[in-house]
Design a protein around this ligand. Structure first.
Ligand SMILES: *Cc1c(COP(=O)(O)O)cnc(C)c1O
Length: 354
């Protein structure tokens, strides 16, 4: 792929590394490539970060034909720039594309474009502990037509955002509200994709939980309303009686790359990992019996997010002593150690960019 590069003439000042937050600052450049039926993907460019001019009739605004991804570039202590399993993100982007009738993108070409962009904006990658460069690739439908059908044109865009440490004050377990009115996704729908429309369906439940003092929602399945699916926009794990249990990929659960990495890591340590249905009843029963040892969410942003408390209807439980468990801590340390190039990369997950 021959990418035309137009450098900015007005580089922006970089925010201090203790004031980054999440997704609030964007680097100097972005990658853009267009798709038109008949021509395929064409005109890949890296240009100064700037607003887009898009027809108000574009399909994306009306029917939500859009998908996204989320991954990170990390600055190692020795100055190298690393990425974690980026091919998995672009393979998943194509799986999302497939479900939303969006044309596929060549995985290696997309990674090549991403690497060029990250290299160009490499001085935006923060190096303070726990900070990273969040990468947001996305595709939007740009054909200006109000008929409900797949668009004939798209834009594939990658933007970059330096992000702060998720845990500036150390890892504090979160309080979770188990939602039994609203659902996030249903089997056969788009819950197993990173289709943008998934995230608006979760907002009402999330706002309700936050108003009650909880930080995230635990979503139950849409049919039986009892099987555990995900926690916020993270996959969920439970350590029960020595076993690591995570809901099986049922069709309405997002196949997280962190989830897959946790499964592979834990298995390599000899932990028995089980992917199966787990109901909210079983969770509360395990707590009753004293065998619910740990619970945590997994995702790119937080890596591991330990869960300290659950509320379901009138029942409230505390997991363990409410603090981060030893296993959760071990997984967090090992995964972040691999991502930042501090621990041996036994699985070949890390790509060195420069
Ligand atoms: C992105 C996402 C995850 C986590 O996926 P990772 O690849 O681990 O970042 C989990 N659940 C939902 C709904 C998501 O959107």
């Amino acid at each position: 792929m021959n990418i035309k590069i137009e450098r900015t003439l007005t580089p922006k000042p970089k925010p201090p590394s203790d004031k980054l937050g999440f997704g609030q600052h964007f680097t100097d450049h972005m990658f853009v490539m267009d798709y038109t039926t008949g021509r395929g993907w064409h005109d890949p460019v890296i240009i100064p970060y700037s607003p887009l001019v898009i027809d108000p009739a574009s399909l994306v605004f009306h029917y939500g034909q859009a998908v996204f991804e989320g991954l990170k570039a990390y600055r190692a202590d020795d100055g190298r720039v690393l990425m974690f399993r980026p091919e998995k993100n672009f393979e998943r982007l194509n799986a999302s594309d497939e479900r939303l009738c969006i044309p596929h993108i060549d995985v290696e070409q997309a990674i090549g474009a991403l690497i060029e962009l990250v290299k160009l904006d490499a001085d935006w990658i923060p190096s303070a502990p726990g900070t990273s460069l969040y990468i947001r690739p996305f595709v939007i439908a740009t054909e200006a037509v109000l008929g409900v059908r797949p668009s004939g044109s798209y834009k594939f865009i990658i933007i970059l955002s330096p992000v702060g440490s998720y845990y500036p004050e150390g890892i504090n377990p979160i309080k979770i509200f188990i939602e039994d009115k609203y659902v996030r996704a249903v089997r056969g729908g788009i819950g197993e994709t990173k289709g943008s429309a998934n995230y608006v369906s979760g907002m009402k439940g999330q706002a309700k939980a936050q108003a009650m003092g909880y930080s995230q929602v635990l979503w139950l399945d849409a049919i039986d309303r009892k099987y555990i699916e995900e926690v916020g926009a993270m996959n969920v794990f439970f350590k029960i009686d020595g076993e690591l249990i995570t809901p099986e990929l049922s069709g309405s659960i997002l196949p997280g790359i962190t989830r897959d990495s946790v499964i592979k890591l834990a298995s390599s340590w000899g932990v028995h990992v089980v992917e199966r249905k787990i109901s909210v009843f079983e969770l509360f029963e395990a707590h009753e019996k004293g065998i619910l040892e740990e619970a945590f969410g997994s995702g790119t942003a937080a890596v591991i997010s330990p869960i300290g408390k659950f509320n379901w209807q009138d029942f409230k439980i505390t997991v363990g002593d409410g603090d981060i468990g030893a296993f959760s801590r071990h997984v967090y340390d090992e995964l972040t150690g691999i991502q930042y190039g501090k621990r041996p990369d036994k699985f070949g997950w890390v790509r060195v960019i420069e």
